[in-house]
Ligand binder design. Structure first.
Ligand code: CAA
Length: 423
């Protein structure tokens, strides 16, 4: 049934947090050669969520901008799925906060999807299937938002791969931005302890080298299987995009596929570097600026390719590899829409980057410290922050075990009677 109905991404927006840390600043503080972060990991800067930004506010900024820039009627959204591994509550989904903040209809299925960085793909694929069944007859759309903050220990080897951000995507049967190919996707699941975050921790535990091996093993399986199922080979892809925990990982992934295909004589005359430069590098500039945004990293690459890609982009076929630690991975493909007017000037990464402020190392540590303080009961400060940088919603802390959000004009957004009374 999915094979019969064209579905995919009708609209896409990326939210860029207002602060960043340059990796040379971090390298100096950690007494590490900056070349390790710049060349060894391929990063440049990492986006930092301010204490008053959280996965809910970032999701809101991305989704609200999408509704406005693409002129989407909120009543047309029949399903809202948030992909995240930064859940703010053990039971209540981020999607329920987001549903209220966006003013969506009560006739809207609303939930979070979680499987580490695969969460965004889980949300997108599920939404695509739902649209394939429902969109044509009902005209309704699904809204998918991937939102995450990547935090590792201060001074740890994962620290330079931190990041934050959100990508919102409208799924439907008029996929002007990106239409999914109808072939059955290739999925790979294996129980592996490579990266996880127990409930009692605000930062992840990671076995980095195991995670890289697991990622590459999953890529190998899904590439071979997708090739078999779809009949698509190396030459059919104009671009190959990968989950990007750090930009060099995309190169490792590309190299694996290039070497495998070269053994079969199927990669033509291009050297590895030339092929990478043409097929993957054009999508990585935003990942180099924001760092790892976990569930949204793959879609940040897609958004980056659309926003700054050259004339080759329109109509191009793209292969996508999604990996989530734990692990679940998927390879699938699609085509970028034929008309750049469908997305031009609406994605918002470049304007977001132009608005941001650099943090000193001390200020970065202060942000981390304040984040931990605000995550505790009784932390609510009743103050709106971030208006100077255009922020439209702000996390104020916790009161009565409820997260409190405010807008620039001083009224509080929550859904319990006691918090309503505070408006
Ligand atoms: N100049 C240039 N390059 C240098 C250098 C220098 N002075 N010093 C080191 N390097 C290079 C190394 O040679 C290495 O490159 P290669 O991998 O190409 O050999 C690179 O810098 C990294 O150095 P190390 O191998 O010493 O690795 P590390 O101990 O610093 O840790 C990491 C790197 C494992 C990725 C760590 O940052 C980490 O744990 N990150 C979080 C986990 C992660 O991102 N895993 C990726 C797969 S899992 C996934 O994708 C899910 C997810 O999002 C978390």
């Amino acid at each position: 049934m999915f094979a019969q109905t064209p579905v995919g991404i009708e609209a896409i927006v990326a939210h860029v947090p207002k602060h960043f840390v340059d990796l040379t600043t971090l390298a100096a503080a950690n007494d590490v050669d900056p070349a390790k972060y710049y060349q060894g990991l391929g990063g440049r800067r990492m986006a930092m969520a301010a204490p008053y930004e959280d996965p809910v506010t970032m999701a809101y900024e991305a989704a609200q901008a999408l509704l406005e820039r693409y002129d989407v009627d909120p009543a047309s959204i029949g399903m809202l799925v948030v992909g995240t591994e930064s859940g703010v509550d053990g039971a209540k989904p981020i999607a329920s906060y987001l549903h209220g903040l966006l003013g969506l209809s009560s006739d809207c299925r609303t939930f979070d999807a979680k499987h580490a960085c695969y969460s965004g793909t889980a949300a997108l694929r599920l939404s695509a299937d739902w649209c394939a069944m429902r969109a044509a007859e009902s005209g309704r759309k699904a809204l998918v938002v991937a939102t995450d903050i990547a935090r590792y220990g201060v001074g740890s080897s994962g620290e330079p791969t931190q990041g934050a951000g959100a990508v919102a995507m409208l799924m439907g049967d008029r996929p002007g931005c990106f239409g999914l190919d109808p072939h059955p996707e290739a999925v790979y699941t294996e129980q592996v302890m490579d990266f996880w975050r127990p409930h009692y921790r605000s930062i992840a535990v990671v076995d980095g080298q195991t995670s890289i091996r697991s990622y590459l093993r999953a890529l190998q399986h899904t590439w071979d299987e997708y090739k078999r199922r779809s009949g698509l080979g190396w030459d059919d892809y104009d671009y190959l995009l990968f989950h990007v925990p750090f930009p060099k990982m995309a190169f490792k992934a590309f190299r694996l596929l290039h070497e495998r295909e070269a053994r079969n004589g199927g990669v033509g005359k291009d050297t590895l570097e030339e092929a990478f430069e043409r097929r993957t590098q054009p999508a990585l500039w935003a990942n180099m600026e924001l760092g790892n945004i976990y569930s949204g990293s793959l879609y940040l690459s897609l958004a980056g390719l659309l926003e700054r890609g050259d004339e080759r982009v329109a109509g191009a076929r793209v292969g996508l590899f999604s990996y989530g630690s734990g692990c679940c991975a998927e390879f699938f493909s699609g085509r970028i829409g034929p008309d750049p007017d469908a997305w031009r000037d609406r994605i918002g990464i470049v304007p977001g980057l132009m608005r941001r402020h650099e943090l000193s190392y001390e200020r970065y540590l202060h942000f981390r410290h304040t984040f931990e303080e605000l995550a505790c009961e009784g932390s609510c400060v009743d103050t709106f922050h971030g208006a100077d940088s255009g922020q439209r919603i702000s996390f104020c802390g916790i009161r009565d075990h409820q997260r409190i959000y405010s807008r620039p004009r001083p009224y509080l957004v929550s859904y319990s009677p006691s918090a309503q009374a505070l408006k």
